[in-house]
Design a protein around this ligand. Sequence first.
Ligand SMILES: [Zn+2]
Length: 94
Amino acid sequence: MCDSCKGINTWRKFDTPDDYMNCIAYISQLTADDGDFELVKEESTCPLDKVKTENGWADEIMIHTIRCRNCGQVFTCVVNTWRGSGHFGKGRSR
Ligand SMILES: [Zn+2]
């Protein structure tokens, strides 16, 4: 892991839907054009700005994977909106 990865915030679990939305906002920041990370589109269920629509969640289970542009370390955000569980952390989804 490089310096940009060491400084990353992770969520052991999401306590509320807002908590999850905060994490998605954080990931959007990290993967902005000049950010240290890129979104791995082929391993993500939908665009970051589409997780919530006027009709509710885009999907019951949503996964977003990001990769460090410096060292290639992967972090994954997983949520199950039906069970109300999820987390954001190092590595791929389990
Ligand atoms: Zn890194």
